[in-house]
Design a protein around this ligand. Structure first.
Ligand code: ZN
Ligand code: ZN
Length: 417
């Protein structure tokens, strides 16, 4: 079969319609495995053909280091999908996590991509032992350790934390995995150095060896001065609890922290997705509050009714996440209903002005501009956004527009009409 035909070329609106007409109950699930894969290209084509026949939709990454999959499957073919997975030695018995909130429309098409790595983490894997991961904890143990005062660290990006997180967790400000792990290593280093200061005041016996390789917390890929990973006196070691969406990012993060000398590293097995399932199944108290950001059409699934975020435009408590509807912007933001109405589902008056133009004029304006298709670019600085909105509103009041270039577009339109 021609491999080029093994992909979807239909328009998203058509795909959405097709899915609506299908009317079959679907299950959204995710799984990953670090496993050495040979012949990744060939496997990609085989999996695509096999899974498409089962009605699988979703986003799958294959790399020489393994598989990372988020998929939606007609519920009546789940068993066949399981058998197909188990028939391949590489994926036999791979544990999967089922989404708790699911309207069956999480994905519109099937995409199987060959990548260099299954998570774009930006880390140099040969600089540390990626197999030396932390202890995997179930929901109950994770809760207990939280009660015992362990340090909880969110390993996701800022926009994921903005609508839900574990109580009292450290939330990185970075919007990439590499940025977040650098920040966490820096934060831990400061904590440990803080302990060192206290201890030194108490006694002079403490030696000055601290877990920062090369004394540099910010350069993640720096080769360690000593070849072995560093170990440190366990008295100042905080007990660390890591978590992420499905557990995959914690595999790298825990290995990286261990490489930096932290010995007491734990990670939430199956991530927030499986935590939510266990909490439900076992009647535990959810210490995760709010919504779980997911990388599909749903954007988020609700775990508890708590609202942990604030509207980025007006600052009121809110955890509604949305994309700016102006197609070339498409930025993710937390936006309350009132602001969504006020700004016509856009991030700013500037985007609103374009979005409210007739379709033809919008198209003319977009000509030559790039459309940002990714859903993982988010507003990083809500304070700055609010400032920009105020300035833009003032300018609109003065000049009636934020886009003087539209005048020439309109003139061209009229001329060609
Ligand atoms: Zn608002
Ligand atoms: Zn926008």
């Amino acid at each position: 079969m021609d491999p080029h035909r093994l992909r979807n070329l239909l328009h998203p609106d058509l795909l959405r319609k097709r899915l609506e007409h299908e009317g079959k109950p679907r299950t959204t699930l995710s799984f990953y495995r670090y496993v050495r894969l040979e012949e990744v290209e060939g496997m990609r084509h085989a999996l695509y053909a096999e899974w498409q026949a089962l009605g699988v939709l979703g986003r799958v990454y294959l790399a020489p280091e393994g598989i990372n999959a988020q998929v939606s499957i007609p519920t009546d073919t789940l068993d066949r999908f399981r058998s197909a997975l188990d028939a391949r030695p590489e994926f036999r018995a791979v544990p999967w996590k089922i989404a708790v909130e699911d309207d069956g429309r999480s994905f519109l098409k099937l995409m199987v991509k060959v990548k260099r790595k299954i998570v774009a983490d930006g880390l140099a894997d040969d600089a540390f032992d990626v197999s030396n991961v932390g202890a995997h904890l179930d929901a109950e143990t994770f809760n207990r350790k939280m009660e015992e005062g362990a340090l909880v660290i969110d390993m996701r990006n800022n926009y994921e934390c903005a609508i839900g997180h574990f109580e009292g967790a450290y939330l990185p400000k970075a919007d990439t995995f590499r940025g977040a792990i650098e920040e966490v290593v820096g934060m831990l280093g400061e904590r440990v150095r803080g302990c060192e200061g206290e201890k030194k005041r108490e006694s002079e016996e403490v030696n000055g060896e601290w877990p920062l390789v090369n004394g540099n917390a910010t350069n993640v890929n720096a080769q360690p001065a000593i070849k072995q990973s560093v170990t440190h006196s366990t008295t100042q070691q905080p007990e660390i609890l890591l978590y992420c969406t499905g557990g995959i990012r914690c595999e790298k993060a825990s290995a990286f922290l261990k490489h930096h000398g932290y010995t007491n590293v734990n990670q939430l097995h199956g991530g927030i997705i499986d935590y939510a399932r266990q909490v439900k199944a076992q009647g535990l108290k959810s210490k995760y509050l709010g919504q779980n950001f997911v990388f599909d059409e749903r954007l988020a699934e609700r775990i508890t009714d708590d609202v942990v975020g604030t509207c980025m435009q007006c600052g009121t408590p809110c955890d509604r996440i949305s994309n700016c509807h102006e197609a070339t912007c498409n930025m993710l933001l937390v936006q309350c209903h009132a602001c969504a109405e006020k700004y016509a589902d856009c991030c700013s008056p500037s985007c609103r002005e374009i979005h409210q133009l007739p379709m033809e004029a919008q198209r003319a304006w977009r000509k030559g501009r790039n459309t940002r298709s990714t859903k993982t670019k988010a507003i990083r600085d809500p304070e700055g956004l609010r400032r920009r909105i105020r300035e833009e509103e003032e300018l609109i009041a003065l000049h009636g527009t934020l886009h003087p270039e539209l005048t020439s577009i309109n003139r061209k339109e009229e001329a060609s009409a």
